[in-house]
Ligand binder design. Structure first.
Ligand SMILES: [Zn+2]
Ligand SMILES: [Zn+2]
Length: 387
């Protein structure tokens, strides 16, 4: 079977479907229309499915022969953003836009499903298709995992179209690819008073300021330069007037790490340091760290599989290495449970003036990337099951 031919026959369907999803973006947990359309497309090819985690859809394609189960994941949600492109299929939902490429992911997975159905006589095992809601809130994957979507699944592939990578290039490599994202809140509690009489007060602003500066030194001294950590305080809230020393100073920030080890170490360092700095200034500290997404770490064996499947599509030379990023992806929740990987499929135009970063109001993808992405979903699943 020439899998490229099977996929090429679906190119028009794929592009049309992506444009339709692009025109009708929906926000996280409210992907009602998208979810209905996915089900309609699955009905057309006789694939059984069920709803999961609200607007999620999980379908199964049974191969003719017994075998393993492999999962393919596409996220389906859009962003709260006004689209500023001139596309003929521009968003018709005001204030919402597919500015991350999830419209492409959804259309790619439905297209791969059609090709898998056409070739299921040659398939040993089953393919689980996961249409996941609420990735942009890094929440959907966690819910689906909780609902048991990975039960009996041996490996999983997720794809992200990537505007920073030219169409035709694919990146899929072992190890950490995206960072964890944890929320950090630190409250410095002092004793307020008159701004002219600091000796009668415990100044929480002085303690908080010291913490903001010194915490950067702690991160750099206590984490390996080869296992980077980002700790950013993005919000400071304190005081009501120029000549009053307040009684509280509240800081909020984000912690980004690429391994569970550095994540634990950094969290401990933040807590210890906040308390010690507070004590040095006669204040007290309350520290709260809410765990968000774990780091996205690709399994070496599955990444090698995906790499081989990708090379069969775009050629060995077009499989490139790419720097990991400090953004977060909830693909991490699946990868914490079973071996798998997240692949980045180039969707950047040759002409750089047409390329915008993800989440930008002028974001767009080169549609030639769609068939490559759909082919990767297909070829990975087919090869993995028939290995
Ligand atoms: Zn995004
Ligand atoms: Zn995304």
């Amino acid at each position: 079977m020439d899998f490229k031919e099977v996929l090429r026959a679906e190119k028009e369907y794929l592009i049309e479907l992506r444009r339709e999803f692009h025109k009708n973006p929906e926000k996280s947990w409210e992907e009602y229309r998208t979810s209905e359309r996915i089900k309609e497309e699955l009905d057309k090819i006789g694939v059984e499915y069920k709803s999961c985690a609200g607007t999620g859809v999980v379908a199964v394609i049974e191969g003719a022969k017994e075998g393993k189960t492999v999962a393919l994941r596409a996220d389906i949600d859009a962003l709260e953003l006004d689209e500023e492109t001139e596309l003929s299929f521009k968003s018709e939902n005001k204030g919402l836009m597919h500015a991350c490429g999830h419209d492409g992911h959804t259309a790619m997975l439905l297209t791969a499903a059609r090709a898998l159905v056409k070739t299921k006589d040659q398939l040993s095992g089953r393919v689980k298709l996961i249409f996941q809601p609420a990735e942009e809130m890094v929440a959907g994957a966690k819910e689906l995992v909780k609902e048991g979507v990975l039960k009996d699944v041996e490996a999983i592939l997720g794809i992200h179209l990537w505007s920073g990578l030219k169409t035709g290039k694919i990146n899929v490599e072992a190890g950490p690819r995206m960072a964890s994202g944890d929320y950090v809140m630190i409250n410095f509690i002092g004793a307020g008073g008159h701004g002219s009489l600091p000796q009668q007060t415990v100044d929480p602003i002085a303690a908080a300021s010291a913490f903001v500066m010194e915490s950067q030194a702690v991160m750099s001294r206590e984490s390996s330069p080869l296992d980077p950590v980002v700790f950013t305080i993005g919000k400071i809230d304190s005081g009501s007037r120029f000549n009053i020393i307040p009684s509280r100073a509240e800081l909020e920030g984000t912690l980004r790490c690429f391994s569970e080890k550095s994540r634990t170490n950094a969290s401990e360092a933040i807590e210890r340091f906040a308390n010690k700095i507070a004590a040095a200034y006669r204040a007290e500290a309350e520290v709260e760290i809410k765990e968000g997404t774990p780091p996205t770490v690709n399994d070496a064996e599955i990444a090698a599989y995906a790499q081989k499947a990708a090379a069969e599509i775009v050629g060995e030379d077009s499989i490139i290495s790419m720097e990991k990023t400090t953004g977060s992806e909830d693909m991490a929740y699946y990868l914490n449970e079973i071996p798998g990987c997240l692949a980045f499929v180039g969707a950047g135009f040759e002409d750089d003036s047409k390329n915008f970063p993800h989440h930008h109001p002028e974001f767009n993808i080169d549609e030639d990337s769609l068939l490559i992405g759909a082919s990767l979903y297909f070829n990975f699943a087919f090869n993995y099951l028939n290995q």
